[in-house]
Ligand binder design. Sequence first.
Ligand code: NAD
Ligand code: TYD
Length: 353
Amino acid sequence: MDFKKNICVTGGAGFIGSHLVRLLVNKYPEYKIVNLDKLTYAGNLANLTDIENKPNYEFVKGDIVDTEFINDLFKQHQFDAVIHLAAESHVDRSIESPMDFIMTNIVGTANLLNAAKFNWKDNYDGKLFYHVSTDEVYGSLGETGMFLETTPYDPRSPYSSSKASSDHLVRAYYHTYKLPVVISNCSNNYGSHQFPEKLIPLFINNIKNKKPLPVYGKGENIRDWLWVEDHARAIDVIFHKAAIGETYNIGGHNEWTNIDLIKVLCKVMDRKLGRSEGESEQLITYVTDRAGHDMRYAIDATKLKNELGWVPSLQFEEGLENTIDWYLNNQEWLNNVTSGEYQKYYEQQYADR
Ligand code: NAD
Ligand code: TYD
């Protein structure tokens, strides 16, 4: 079958990638979606069982750091576009193992840029390299202000520095070689299928199992939370409507201190699990702070709203309820990802805090 576009989504077996792949495969039967993923601990094909047999979907296992493999893949598939999400994505892991982040996030992105440039052979008609990035590249805010697309980069963790480096490379290929690129920088996502190393699924799992809830520092750090499906919708809109070379910030206008968010989680979980009010809050345990812990992130997404008409669709309270329900109803998914290696990671990360 001839498809209107061949799109390579990298990291499509991960949290955000799987939501994006599902959206694109279902919404655009005329596009072929090739999901390229290494299946690290964070990649999980069980995230995509509902669409895995669709005729416009294909999974390819591979590493974006492998130059030869990437070049061959581009030759074989003649991609019209790349939507690049593959990354090492967890700040705490980047503190333990920065080189993994430097390889995948920087070298891997450079490989994809080179493959796109080489295979598109400077004929960029209808081609697009879409780089998915994070608000963490802008650094840490004080009590006021918000990140704009023009905010100078000031990354402070190995994770955010590696993502900032990749953003710079993408812009360099645009300015130097005229490679058609767009970039978006999004705030913290939450929703189904997120690996339980990140705050919300980790704490849902711990509350369920009556395990301590390790709050870093005083729990006063602030994050701006966006429902993952709204992020996927934003990527769809930007992919189709953005002018080449543009950057868009994506965010939920939804700032929470960690401790307030955790207390809401505890309250909703008590209700859903039939526990007495206040029971799960007893699990809160203040632990040693994350090294270099960014204080506050807040996104100003006005440009995306005014220029492309995107706004978040879901209120946080409703999104959180849906998210908790998903983890409680998908026990097998949670058991599978928290067995084996996960236990070792958990021990290493939390034993000495
Ligand atoms: P994730 O860790 O859940 O998924 C990452 C995926 O990339 C996994 O499927 C993994 O197997 C794959 N991958 C890792 N290394 C690879 C390699 N070398 N080659 C091929 N595949 C590889 O991450 P996520 O939370 O879904 O984030 C996706 C993207 O969005 C990342 O680029 C991240 O920086 C960005 N982002 C995430 C958030 C968030 O809140 N999670 C917010 C803003 C931006
Ligand atoms: P996280 O989900 O790791 O996202 P990020 O660091 O990329 O924002 O963490 C969200 C916030 O929650 C962050 O301020 C760190 C804090 N946190 C804890 O207090 N305890 C934990 O066990 C984890 C994983 C995070």
